[in-house]
Design a protein around this ligand. Structure first.
Ligand code: PGA
Length: 260
C-alpha cells in the first residue's frame, strides 16, 4: 500500500486527477469507478478543469458507480446515480450512455445486485476505483463486519453513517436505511484502488486502515490485501499515522517515472 500525505484536499484532488489523466492516456476507454460524498469532489473538479482546458481527453472514459441508496424515487437528486451524473459525468462532457450503476429502485434488489456484478465483469472490470472512507472505516457502503469476500449486495447503514449523510437531506428521517454497495470482494477486483481521506474526522479510520490489522471491523483495511492500493490523505487525516514520516520520506524519494 502506498500512502501519500498531501497538504490539503485540493492537492489530493490534483494528484489523483493526474493519475486518472495518465490512465486515460494509456487506456482512453478506461472504466473509472467513482465514489460519492464530499471528499472526492476536488478530484472531479480538477479532472473537469483539465478536460475543459484540453489537457485531458476523457471523451471515451466509462464511469461506474460504487454504491446506491435503496428506495429513493428514480431521479431523486440525492440518489447516487443523480449525484454521479451531476458531479462527474456531465462535467466531463459525457452522457448517461457512458455510465453504469446498480438500480436502487429495482423491484428485485438481489437480482439488481447480481446484475451489477455481472455488468462490471462484462465491461472488462474496473481500471481505477476511487474510494472515500466512512468515519467508521467503511468503503463503499460496506459497514463494519462486512465480509471481506462480499459481492454487490444490499446493506443496512449504521446510525453513524445515516447521521454523517443527513447533511445531504432535509432531515435524518429521509436518509434511507438500506443501500446497494459493491462488495469488498468486488472492490478488490479493480486494478487500482485510490482512497482519498481528508480532515481530522477521518484520522482514526485512516490509522486503523493503514496500520491496523486486516479486519472486517474496519472494512477499508481490506486495501492491505490489494496489490495496487494508494491512500491519499491530507495532514489532518494523516495525524494519527505512526509511520507518517516514513510515508513522507518514501514519497519524496519516489522515482520520477513511477506514477501513483
Ligand atoms: P465523505 O463520505 O467523503 O462525505 O466523508 C465518505 C464515505 O462515506 O465513504
Amino acid at each position: 500500500m502506498e500512502v501519500v500525505i498531501v497538504p490539503d484536499a485540493a492537492a489530493g484532488g490534483e494528484l489523483i486527477a493526474t493519475a486518472i489523466a495518465d490512465l486515460l492516456t494509456r487506456k482512453p476507454d478506461a472504466l473509472l469507478g467513482v465514489a460519492t460524498g464530499s471528499t472526492p469532489l476536488p478530484i472531479y473538479q480538477a479532472l473537469a478543469a483539465r478536460v475543459a482546458a484540453g489537457s485531458c481527453d476523457a471523451s471515451r472514459a466509462r464511469i461506474c458507480q460504487l454504491d446506491e441508496y435503496v428506495g429513493l424515487p428514480k431521479g431523486h437528486p440525492e440518489s447516487y446515480r443523480s449525484v454521479v451524473l451531476r458531479e462527474v459525468v456531465e462535467p466531463l462532457g459525457l452522457t448517461a450512455d457512458s455510465f453504469m450503476g446498480p438500480d436502487g429502485s429495482a423491484g428485485d434488489i438481489a437480482a439488481a445486485c447480481d446484475d451489477y456484478d455481472r455488468a462490471l465483469a462484462a465491461a472488462g472490470g474496473v481500471d481505477l476505483q476511487l474510494l472515500g472512507i466512512g468515519s467508521d472505516g467503511h468503503i463503499g457502503f460496506n459497514e463494519p463486519c462486512s465480509s471481506l469476500a462480499s459481492r454487490t449486495r444490499i446493506k443496512t447503514l449504521t446510525q453513524r453513517t445515516r447521521e454523517d449523510n443527513a447533511r445531504f437531506f432535509d432531515s435524518l428521517d429521509e436518509v434511507p436505511h438500506h443501500v446497494i454497495t459493491q462488495g469488498i470482494g468486488t472492490i478488490l477486483e479493480a486494478r487500482h484502488l485510490v482512497l482519498l481521506a481528508t480532515g481530522e474526522g477521518k484520522a482514526d479510520a485512516v490509522a486503523l486502515t493503514v496500520e491496523g490489522p486486516v479486519s472486517s471491523v474496519v472494512p477499508a483495511s481490506a486495501l492491505q490485501l490489494h496489490r495496487h492500493a494508494t491512500v491519499v490523505v491530507d495532514e489532518a487525516a494523516a495525524s494519527r499515522l505512526k509511520l507518517a514520516d516514513y510515508f513522507r520520506a518514501t514519497y519524496a524519494a519516489k522515482p520520477g517515472w513511477q506514477s501513483l
